[in-house]
Design a protein around this ligand. Structure first.
Ligand SMILES: Cc1cc2nc3c(=O)[nH]c(=O)nc-3n(C[C@H](O)[C@H](O)[C@H](O)COP(=O)(O)OP(=O)(O)OC[C@H]3O[C@@H](n4cnc5c(N)ncnc54)[C@H](O)[C@@H]3O)c2cc1C
Length: 376
């Protein structure tokens, strides 16, 4: 059997890379195993950018985690000297009976966050780059922004290696077993043992956590990059990241034009078609754009034209849309993070920290109880 480690991490994507970073910088002997080259375009961490927001409409309990995440993203930037988080402000639009603006208000009032509530006339005046449908109101927060995915992932991976952590790419985990003495992980290359195991398999989590019945549903999500006639008004130094509600808690969103990038990214946060992991359809087609365009059109003055780039990515949806972060109920040496439901990237540094703490001490200093298995 190969060398024994303190912790093995299965899946060195968003959450696994962050967990390896936290463990390796504290001097733990860590081995991260991924089935692909990392980072890659086959899971959930590609497509240039991710939104980060603080007034979290999904649940106020995420706000303390977000505060920690903001601090850790800045720490990552300070350590690597690279920009990762571009603050642009965030604008969220809801119809009268919507849930996003009320949810943002609840999170902000619970945690004393700054915000502005804007009615349609004021929105149209202040943000002429958007169309504001009748009956919509807006919520603006200045601290929201855009995370640059590639610099973020590169920062995690470089720091892990600098701290002596090991990452094996293109080495799929075939099975794992938790015994009384150690955890043993098997790949085609051999077996590895460790005192603790973290499972962060993204879309493949159900396979790695068989028997837990997590009820995860993997969906195919399309992303588009378009050139807009409004481009000069949509630059990141003058235009916010935005999210417009089209169904309760779901909607379309977009990012400003980022420095060094072309065009604006737009996408649908409604879960896409269910995906079979044995035959993932990763090709994004014109029909995806044609299906999406009518949802986007009410919020961006046209003409929208054709996208110059399109990609697909995977959401791993939990039954209630909230993350699942806990120790394995049968094995105290195993913990996992799964079901990040299309909104996990912004939390990567704090989820990685919580996973590392769960692995080493069995509990986290972060308030993660609401994300545990006990809620089901
Ligand atoms: C289109 C799109 C837009 C999004 N927008 C946002 C946003 O604006 N803001 C936000 O906060 N979040 C957003 N998200 C969500 C966020 O990106 C995900 O929640 C997050 O990346 C999930 O991280 P993960 O570690 O679970 O998955 P991944 O990053 O995919 O990592 C899982 C890793 O496990 C590996 N793995 C799986 N099985 C095995 C095995 N058997 N052996 C070895 N390795 C294995 C995989 O290869 C992969 O590298 C978006 C997601 C998508 C798809």
């Amino acid at each position: 059997m190969a060398t024994s480690y303190d912790v093995i991490v299965i899946g060195v994507g968003t959450m696994g890379a962050s967990a390896c970073w936290h463990l390796s910088r504290q001097g733990y002997r860590v081995l991260g195993l991924d089935q692909f080259d990392v980072p890659h375009q086959l899971g959930s961490h590609h497509g240039h950018s991710r939104m980060i927001r603080l007034s979290y409409f999904e649940h106020p309990d995420y706000v303390p985690l977000l505060k920690r995440s903001y601090a850790l993203w800045r720490k990552l930037e300070d350590t690597t000297g690279r920009e990762i988080l571009v603050t642009t402000g965030g604008l969220y639009l809801s119809p009268e009976n919507g849930v996003i603006v009320p949810g943002c208000l609840k999170a902000s009032e619970t945690h004393g966050l700054d915000f502005e509530l804007l009615q349609q006339a004021e929105l149209s005046k202040r943000f002429p780059q958007f169309s504001i449908p009748d009956g919509y109101r807006g919520f603006y927060e200045s601290l929201a922004g855009v995370l640059l995915v590639d610099p973020a992932m590169t920062a995690f991976l470089n720091l892990i290696r600098e701290c002596g952590g090991r990452i094996h790419e293109n080495e799929p985990v075939l099975s794992w077993h938790a015994g009384e003495e150690a955890v043993v992980v098997r790949t085609a290359e051999g077996e590895y043992s460790a005192a603790r195991l973290i499972i962060s398999g993204g879309a493949w989590s159900a396979q790695l956590l068989q028997g837990l019945g997590l009820g995860l549903r993997v969906t195919r999500q399309a992303m588009f990059w378009i050139r807009s006639l409004q481009a000069s008004r949509l630059a990141s130094d003058c235009s916010p990241a935005w999210f417009a509600e089209t169904a309760p808690g779901k909607g379309v969103y977009g990012f400003p034009v980022l420095p060094g990038h072309e065009g604006i990214k737009v996408a649908d946060h409604n879960p896409g078609p269910l995906t079979n992991l044995d035959k993932i359809d990763r090709t994004c087609r014109e029909k995806d754009w044609e299906a999406f365009k009518p949802m986007l059109a009410p919020f961006l003055p046209g003409p929208l034209g054709q996208p110059f780039a399109m990609k697909t990515c995977l959401y791993t949806n939990s039954p209630d849309g909230h993350f699942i972060l806990d120790q394995h109920p049968a094995f105290s040496s195993v913990c996992f993070g799964a079901g990040f439901s299309g909104h996990g990237f912004k939390f990567a540094p704090v989820i990685g920290e919580a996973l590392a703490q769960l692995a080493i001490t069995g509990k986290s200093s972060q308030p993660i109880e609401f994300l545990g298995l006990g809620r089901f």
